[in-house]
Design a binder for this molecule. Structure first.
Ligand code: SAM
Length: 280
C-alpha cells in the first residue's frame, strides 16, 4: 500500500510538517474555520484547523501540562479559572486536576471544535463532563470585558495570532484580562515559536510589561509545532511565578515542581532576548 501524506498549510511558520495519514476521520467547515481530523500511525489522531495541526494524541500533554500547571501552581489558591480557546478540552482537563478549582469557564468562539473533540478526542474532551466546567461559545476578547475582579487564573489557548485570534495579543486585551483578574491573579498565553516568532514573543512580553508588574517567559518542547521549542508568556499581579508555591500533588506525565523551574529561561538569557541582544 502507498503512504498518504498530509502537508500542513501554515501561513504563520516557514516550515511545513508532513504527516503520514492512514485515514481521514472528519472533514468540514465551521462558521470560523476548516476542521479536519486525521488518523496517523505515528501520532494517533490529529486535529487540524485551517490547515494547521493543533494537537496530536501522542504528544499533546507536552503542551497542555505546561500551559495549565505552571500558572496554577504559581497561584496560592486558584478557584476560578478562565480558559480562552482550548475547545479540544486538553487545557481544561489539566486545570480540573487541581482539586482547589471550583469553576473553570472555557470560552471558545467555535462550538464545532468542541463537538468534534467530543466525537473524536475522548481523552481530552472528557473534561467537559466535569460539573465544574462551564462552556461558553463567544469571542474571548468580548467575553473578558464583562468581568472585574473575577478570575484567579486566565489562560489563552488559542490558534495562531492571526484572524480572530489576533486580538488576544493586544494591549487592550491584556488590560481587560488584568481587570478581570483578582488581586493575586495570573495570566498565561501560548505565544508560539521562540525560533520563528521571536519578534512577536518580545512584542507580547513588552506589551504585558505595560500592564502587569511581573512578566516572564517559559517554554516546552512540542514536537508537532513549528520550531518545536514553544513559548508561553506569563504575567502576574502579585506572586513570582518561577517556582510552584503550592505542593505539586496531581498526576502528570511530565510536569513536576522540578520541571516547573526548568521550563523558565535562565534570567540572563531572558534579559538578552528582551533587550534585543539575542536574535537570529
Ligand atoms: N493548542 C493549540 C495550539 O496552540 O495550536 C490550540 C488549540 S485550540 C483548538 C485553539 C482554539 O482557539 C480554537 O478552537 C479556536 O476556535 C479558538 N479561538 C481562537 N481565537 C479565539 C477567540 N478570539 N476567542 C475564543 N476562542 C478563540
Amino acid at each position: 500500500m502507498r503512504d498518504v501524506f498530509f502537508i500542513e498549510r501554515d501561513p504563520y511558520a516557514p516550515v511545513r510538517h508532513c504527516y503520514t495519514v492512514s485515514k481521514v476521520l472528519y472533514e468540514g467547515k465551521s462558521e470560523y474555520q476548516e476542521i479536519l481530523v486525521l488518523e496517523s500511525p505515528e501520532f494517533g489522531r490529529l486535529l487540524v484547523l485551517d490547515g494547521v495541526v493543533q494537537l496530536d494524541e501522542k504528544f499533546e500533554f507536552l503542551y497542555h501540562e505546561f500551559l495549565a500547571h505552571v500558572p496554577l501552581h504559581a497561584h496560592p489558591n486558584p478557584e476560578n479559572v478562565l480558559i480562552i480557546g482550548g475547545g479540544d478540552g486538553g487545557t481544561l482537563r489539566e486545570v480540573l486536576k487541581h482539586r482547589c478549582v471550583k469553576r473553570a469557564v472555557l470560552v471558545d468562539i467555535d462550538r464545532e471544535v468542541i463537538e468534534i473533540s467530543k466525537r473524536f478526542f475522548p481523552t481530552l474532551s472528557a473534561s467537559f463532563e466535569d460539573p465544574r466546567a462551564i462552556v461558553v461559545n463567544e469571542d474571548g476578547y468580548r467575553y473578558v470585558q464583562d468581568y472585574e475582579d473575577e478570575f484567579d487564573v486566565v489562560i489563552v489557548d488559542s490558534t495562531d495570532p492571526v484572524g480572530f485570534a489576533h486580538v488576544l495579543t493586544t494591549e487592550e486585551f491584556f488590560r481587560f484580562v488584568h481587570r478581570a483578574l483578582r488581586e493575586d491573579g495570573i495570566f498565561t498565553a501560548q505565544t508560539e515559536s521562540i525560533h520563528y516568532h521571536l519578534d512577536m514573543v518580545v512584542r507580547i512580553q513588552k506589551t504585558l510589561r505595560k500592564v502587569f508588574p511581573l512578566v516572564d517567559l517559559y517554554t516546552s518542547v512540542v514536537p508537532i509545532y513549528a520550531g518545536y521549542w514553544w513559548t508561553y508568556s506569563i504575567a502576574s499581579k502579585k506572586h513570582p511565578v518561577r517556582k510552584p508555591i503550592r505542593k505539586v500533588d496531581l498526576e502528570a506525565k511530565i510536569y513536576s515542581a522540578e520541571m516547573h523551574e526548568y521550563a523558565f529561561l535562565p534570567e540572563g538569557f531572558y534579559r538578552r532576548i528582551l533587550e534585543g541582544e539575542f536574535s537570529y
